[in-house]
Design a protein around this ligand. Structure first.
Ligand SMILES: *[C@@H]1O[C@H](CO)[C@@H](O)[C@H](O)[C@H]1NC(C)=O
Ligand SMILES: *[C@@H]1O[C@H](CO)[C@@H](O)[C@H](O)[C@H]1NC(C)=O
Ligand SMILES: *[C@@H]1O[C@H](CO)[C@@H](O)[C@H](O)[C@H]1NC(C)=O
Length: 333
């Protein structure tokens, strides 16, 4: 019996001890919880628990100033710099590192594609741009149709994403040589969907000139008026550096067959969808820290449609280059 009593008594004592211990534990937990809730550690914990970088990027964007936010949102876009090219090695060596630094200063996410024409036909700038459009990474959502010999000097020339309409960087008032109001050559920024919408550029322009004037008419017909730089204090002498040495390199202005007549009209037949080519090889190069993709492109020529893609001395019809692209009238529109 005593034994039993002792057992019961000891049990009571132990139960009381456990209860006290439990209360102490609950109290401690409560204190710690309060401390955690009030301390700034919470914030860190929350930030660490963000599922992806996206959320913290949004938070950061809310904190930065207006100007910085513009850059942050611009970085979602990527520019493919498309450079039609043939036999201009010295110019490329100057161009690639220069434009790479220029675009980095503007925080423009970009990649340079050198569109090197390696077939035997005459140079076809427009077809090369069509090919560059097809072959450039699809994460580039806009392109620059960019002459290799034209370097932007004024840092205020913007290469940002042209959200509303194409942006003509080499405006007539700023280009060293071409000052007519419908000029869209030299350097033009256009988003992928706009380029697609006009079926890219005509494939009929073998030899130098007029393909950009035809492209102007495509844009105009689609209601895509280009915009141009504003508030630029430099002029036609000091906005761009023109690398082209006209005395050393003669432009291919030859006209063969009915080329002159055909290339002065709007082309409704050819463009981005039917450009015919083979990529012979691709090289990834770095020129003075500028990453560059060289595409060796073999264009194909439909001799029925454009016999002037090759032009023998005997077939020349006219070597002068008077006249210009036919002004679009009611009939051609
Ligand atoms: C484009 O410019 C023409 C005048 O040159 C104007 O009539 C037309 O409304 C403009 N279109 C757009 C979409 O801005
Ligand atoms: C125009 O450019 C100058 C400097 O070149 C700058 O100070 C000014 O704020 C600019 N104005 C506008 C409206 O962007
Ligand atoms: C070449 O052009 C002609 C005239 O437009 C066309 O009938 C023919 O199908 C084309 N040939 C090829 C191989 O595309």
């Amino acid at each position: 019996m005593t034994y039993t009593y002792y057992k019961q008594d000891s049990f009571k004592i132990r139960r009381w001890a456990i209860t006290k211990l439990l209360i102490a534990c609950l109290f401690c937990t409560f204190i710690v919880a309060c401390f955690v809730a009030l301390s700034p550690i919470t914030k860190v914990v929350e930030e660490c628990e963000c599922p992806s970088g996206k959320v913290s990027a949004v938070v950061r964007e809310q904190k930065v100033s207006d100007g910085a936010r513009t850059q942050a949102s611009a970085s979602k876009h990527k520019l493919a710099v498309l450079v039609p090219y043939r036999d201009r090695f010295e110019e490329l060596l100057e161009f690639a590192p220069y434009i790479h630094k220029f675009l980095n200063k503007q925080d423009v996410n970009h990649h340079i594609y050198v569109l090197n024409q390696v077939d035997r036909y005459r140079f076809n700038r427009a077809s090369l741009i069509n090919v560059g459009f097809h072959e450039s990474s699809k994460d580039c959502d806009y392109i620059a149709m960019h002459d290799v010999d034209l370097l932007p000097m004024n840092p205020h020339l913007s290469y940002q994403y042209p959200a509303s309409r194409p942006f003509h960087v080499a405006a007539p008032k700023l280009h060293p040589r071409y000052h007519y109001p419908t000029f869209v050559g030299g350097i033009l920024l256009i988003k992928r969907e706009d380029f697609k919408r006009v079926n890219g550029m005509s494939n009929k322009y073998w030899g130098w000139g007029l393909e950009d004037d035809e492209f102007y008419v495509r844009l105009k017909e689609a209601g895509l008026n280009v915009s141009r730089p504003t508030n630029i204090s430099t002029g036609s002498e000091d906005t761009f550096r023109h690398l082209h040495d006209r005395d050393r390199r003669k432009r291919d202005m030859t006209k063969c067959f009915n080329q002159r007549a055909v290339t002065r009209r709007r082309d409704r037949q050819t463009g981005l969808l039917d450009v015919s080519y083979t990529i012979k090889s691709v090289y990834e190069m770095v020129i003075d820290s500028a990453p560059v993709t060289i595409l060796n492109i073999e264009l194909r020529c439909n001799k029925t449609l454009t016999p002037w893609c090759e032009c023998e001395e005997s077939q020349k019809t006219d070597i002068s280059n008077k006249g210009s692209f036919k002004k679009p009238d009611a009939k051609t529109l």
